[in-house]
Design a protein. Structure first.
Lengths: 294, 353
């Protein structure tokens, strides 16, 4: 029973981290209709800028990370301007392929600047675990989870209740209609990228706090992709909820099934969910039903 | 664009792939050059070109799925991997000859692709690309997990060399000719697929699926066919790769390799098998020459510089790919077609009204 509760709790915490990364997918898709497969690489760039601001520049961890979030947002703007703005109005295929090429560029550029070796990542959030009743919880992940919930609610309100947010939603629905209503697709995409890159850097701070940083951290991007799909690519709250679902599922699979499958099930689990989802409910739990169907 | 002065009077003329005498001559000379190449080039270059042939078969297959049928596949190297492991296992554990392992590898890759192509019956667009990403991630985990007696688990499998009439192909130029034969065969297949009923159906589904279904094309069936055929090419490429490098592990078949496959297709142009060929040749040539340059520079300025130059190569190529997507969406094919048209109507500047 205890191990079940423990799996549930730690699954929820990891799941909320997945949820935060999924949010960065969702924000960019929801406001610009860009599926960015290079989101993991954007997260990696955010992580490197946190390292630059704290350990390299010598600023205190929290202040440095805060500045690094702004740097990440700036990098997001640059990516949007150089890669995706010229592709506005092109087929989805082209945009997806551009994001694939972006994977190559960002990985290459980071290795060029920072080299292949792993480096220590600053302790942005306090380390260690604390006891809550019978449960041991990771302190950094718990703080991250609270942050994720706050960010989710704030973003939800931003998209639903503010004029700027509604503009972004209009762009997500249809570029042409949005343009004819006088909404700037370019500005929306720029806002989306700044927000998405900022969220990725925040996720990096929670994910890597006190761990090691190298190019391979980008792999978490694709692990969070099934989460974004399960929640529905347009749904802010859905992403977080789906994060919890996938995180708990993965954690339960690790506790109960990995023994019989020698550690395979928890790795494959999110992707099996994804394929099943594609067959049963492609728009995800809370996505809009406008998905292109056959 | 037709060769100038040639007008089709019957279907047979239209269906003929090589239409004029000079075209036949040029093609014959080109194939002759390919045959003579090992006599002229060094062993290293021959080795690079042999591997390029293998890549080319995989990219030709990708062109069918992505270019002809319009479904993004970011998992092609997983299907290459399936072919490689099935062929390696059959060759080394059961001693099957290559003319049995190649079809078996193609079939295995094709069938495994159906599993991931199945969502194509429900969805299209980028959602489909994501299931192929799933294939890419599940493949190495699956191979490592299956009984070691089948595929060697995570340590991989050694592959027996190809033997033809009891003669084992071990020398570099023998492998070159072996792969050349297959790349010619599959290029021919890819070019001709466009002109068959299946090829036309695939193009119809890509361009307008609703119109295609009104015309009686079974969309779901043909989408699965596109996945199946594309992955069969990949399976053959995998089997050949196993014979060339004589050892297969899951480390060969990463998402990174799939990304390069699709990049080759973008650079060359998706519209025709010719684009796949151009892309493979250009990217391989660029990679090899940039790496040679990097090695030379590293030998001169120290290994730190070498560690800098290899990722720099990737960045340069990545920027090139984005530039092509932005400025030349049909890839190098556009330039080629313009050049060809200009040559054919010379000395005039354009076709008369």
């Amino acid at each position: 029973m205890n191990s079940f509760l423990q799996a549930l709790a730690s699954g929820t915490l990891t799941g909320l981290l997945y949820g935060l990364i999924a949010l960065s997918f969702v924000v960019i898709y929801r406001a610009a209709r860009i599926v960015n497969l290079a989101q993991g690489e954007v997260l990696m760039v955010g992580a490197f800028s946190i390292w630059m601001m704290t350990l390299a520049a010598g600023l205190p961890a929290l202040l440095g990370s805060g500045l690094a979030l702004l740097v990440a947002a700036l990098i997001g703007l640059v990516i949007e301007r150089l890669v995706f703005r010229p592709l506005i109005g092109r087929p989805t295929t082209t945009i997806v392929l551009a994001s694939v090429a972006l994977i190559i560029v960002l990985r290459g550029a980071s290795q060029m600047v920072f080299g292949p070796e792993a480096r220590p990542f600053p302790q942005v959030l306090p380390a260690g675990a604390f006891k809550l009743g019978p449960l041991h919880l990771n302190l950094a992940l718990t703080i991250g989870a609270v942050l994720t919930l706050i960010v989710t609610e704030a973003l939800h309100r931003f998209f639903m209740n503010t004029t700027a947010g509604l503009r972004l939603s209009a762009v997500a629905e249809d570029h042409m209609t949005a343009l004819s209503m006088g909404i700037s697709v370019r500005r929306s995409a720029a806002i989306a990228w700044a927000l998405g890159a900022l969220l990725s850097a925040l996720a990096a701070a929670i994910y890597l706090s006190g761990a090691a940083l190298d190019v391979s951290v980008a792999g978490i991007g694709l692990r969070a992709l099934p989460v974004a799909l399960l929640g529905g690519m347009e749904s802010v709250r859905g992403a977080t909820l789906a994060g919890v679902l996938v995180g708990v599922g993965e954690s339960l699979a690790a506790t109960y099934l990995d023994r019989h499958t020698s550690g395979t099930m928890s790795q494959v689990f999110p992707f099996l969910v994804m394929i099943a989802l594609m067959l049963i409910r492609p728009q995800g739990l809370f996505g809009w039903k406008v998905i292109e169907r056959v | 664009m037709l060769p100038s002065g040639v007008f089709f009077r019957d279907f047979a003329a239209e269906a003929a792939y090589l239409r004029t005498g000079p075209q036949r001559l040029a093609m014959a000379l080109f194939v002759l050059a390919l045959v003579l190449l090992p006599a002229l080039a060094g062993a290293y270059l021959v080795g690079v070109i042999t591997l390029m042939f293998v890549t080319m078969i995989a990219v030709l297959g990708l062109q069918i799925t992505v270019g002809m049928a319009g479904m993004i596949n970011i998992g092609q190297s997983a299907f290459v991997g399936v072919g490689a492991f099935v062929s390696a296992s059959l060759a080394s554990k059961l001693g099957w000859p290559f003319w049995l392992t190649l079809p078996a590898a193609a079939l295995a890759a094709g069938v495994s692709s159906l599993l991931f192509g199945l969502p194509a019956l429900r969805i299209k667009g980028f959602y489909l690309a994501l299931t192929t990403v799933a294939a890419q991630i599940i493949f190495p985990i699956g191979i490592a997990r299956l009984p070691t007696a089948w595929f060697g688990g995570s340590s991989g499998l050694a592959v027996e060399p190809v033997s033809i009439f009891g003669h084992a192909l071990l020398k570099q130029h023998e492998l070159y000719y072996f792969n050349l034969a297959f790349v010619l065969l599959f290029t021919l297949l890819a070019f001709n697929l466009k002109r068959t009923r299946v090829g036309r159906a695939l193009i119809a589904v890509r361009d307008n699926d609703i119109a295609a279904s009104v015309l009686g094309v079974n969309i779901g069936y043909y989408k699965l066919i596109a996945f199946f055929v594309g992955a069969m090419f990949a399976g053959v490429a995998g089997a050949l790769l196993g014979y060339v490098v004589s050892y297969v592990t899951t480390d060969h078949f990463t998402l990174w390799l799939s990304i390069w496959y699709i990049s080759m297709l973008i650079v060359g142009g998706m519209g025709s098998p010719l684009g796949a060929i151009f892309g493979t040749v250009v990217i391989t040539a660029l990679q090899e020459s940039l790496h040679a340059l990097g090695n030379a520079a590293a030998a001169r300025f120290g290994s730190d510089f070498g560690a800098f130059i290899f990722p720099a190569t990737n960045s340069v190529l990545g920027v090139l790919i984005i530039a092509i997507l932005v400025f030349q969406p049909h890839g190098l094919l556009t330039g080629w077609n313009t050049l060809k048209a200009a040559y054919r109507i010379w000395p005039y500047r354009h076709h008369g009204g």
